[in-house]
Design a protein around this ligand. Structure first.
Ligand code: MRU
Length: 348
């Protein structure tokens, strides 16, 4: 198995160690998680986040949680695995990678119902390992395809965080920038800070700086000015779920960036592995958008509240970008262009 710094098994494989993304960039702190409740909370609180990273985490989590069930008869083992999977899946609704990875693990149990749980558990481990290793390969390929669009001196605007810690390695939206820096290209990144949880400021700026990419942090409401001034030649964003018609859910504010890009004639690309494409969602209207705690807007991370205590807040964590605004969807299988209904279906 590839070994990641930000999501890994404990040496005894009785737990998971994750880099706590809520503490970045100020502290690089790892958390050790052993129970289903701790793992659920880690996803819910965004200690582990980013669609592919959540999938990788979920696969490994189900492996760790299945280990104490080795001596159960198969029907009880299967039932317990199902309820653990349902529980983890209820932590966040929008990124499809979570249910996709959990389903892959459950399929292993279903396909080996003639075996004892003690024999199935190593197969579950192998599947969790495949989910991780495949993501490494997919991110690498996505980064190559994305980089093929860029030339020296280009400016790329990104929203939220779609970097290595949101995936396995390289990332999706940030992958081409990081790969380009490794190859000595001079690319300029503009990172939207991404209110309210500031993934752009805290995570993207941190990851790109570490990778040696020339990164400039802007407030979300500055994207239009930066585009108008000609600083940006491309927009590259990640995705949490791509519907069959190309409508794409990603961090709240992404659709606004796409609308601005259209206005200024700037190509807007979504970068994501095929594990993020959900053909059962016909359009963006079928994607459930997570609503989060109003305190994230009012007071979280401020030394004093930034809004009246009882003011009503609306805090959707994601929005859907209409397919008509998307120039292309960069997957590990190539750059998918419209018509998306036909060209996305052809991937599977
Ligand atoms: O709420 P978050 O931080 O999990 O949202 C993450 C995003 O919106 C990312 O852009 C998306 O998951 C793709 S990560 C490669």
């Amino acid at each position: 198995m590839e070994s990641l710094g930000h999501i890994r098994l404990t040496p005894g494989e009785d737990g998971l160690v994750i880099l706590d993304q809520t503490q970045l960039p100020n502290r690089e702190v790892c958390l050790e998680l052993h129970t289903a409740e701790e793992m659920y909370r880690a996803i819910k609180r965004l200690e582990v986040r980013g669609a592919p990273a959540i999938g990788i985490f979920a696969g490994l989590a189900l492996y760790v949680l299945s280990r104490p069930l080795a001596s159960l008869p198969y029907p009880e083992f299967r039932e317990k695995l199902r309820s653990l999977s349902l529980y983890l899946n209820s932590s966040r609704p929008t990124a499809v990678n979570l249910s996709w990875a959990l389903r892959r693990i459950e399929n292993v149990a279903d396909g080996n119902s003639d075996k004892a749980p003690a024999e199935i558990i190593p197969l579950i481990r192998a599947e969790a390992e495949r989910i991780l290793d495949e993501d490494v390969a997919m991110c690498r390929a996505i980064s190559e395809y994305g980089l093929s669009l860029l030339k020296d001196g280009d400016g790329v605007l990104t929203h939220c965080n779609a970097g290595p810690i949101a995936t396995s390695r390289y990332g999706t939206g940030l992958g081409p920038l990081i790969l380009g820096a490794e190859r000595g290209m001079r690319l300029r990144a503009y990172a939207d800070e991404t209110r309210p949880l500031l993934q752009g400021a805290r995570l993207t700026a941190w990851e790109l700086q570490k990778a040696g990419v020339d990164v400039t942090l802007i407030c979300d409401n500055m994207a239009s000015a930066v585009m108008k001034e000609g600083r940006v030649q491309f927009c590259f964003v990640g995705c949490d779920r791509v519907a069959a018609n190309g409508d794409t859910a990603n961090k709240i504010g992404t659709s606004g960036v796409a609308i601005l890009a259209k206005h200024y004639g700037i190509p807007f690309y979504v970068l994501g592995p095929t594990s993020t494409v959900d053909l059962t969602a016909k359009t963006g209207a079928d994607i459930k958008i997570e609503l989060r705690d109003p305190e994230e807007i009012r007071s979280l991370w401020y030394s004093e509240p930034m809004a009246p205590a009882k003011v009503r807040c609306y805090n959707p964590a994601f929005d859907v970008t209409d397919h008509s605004l998307i120039t292309g969807i960069i997957t590990e299988k190539g750059i998918i262009k419209p018509p998306y209904v036909k060209n996305l279906a052809a991937l599977f």
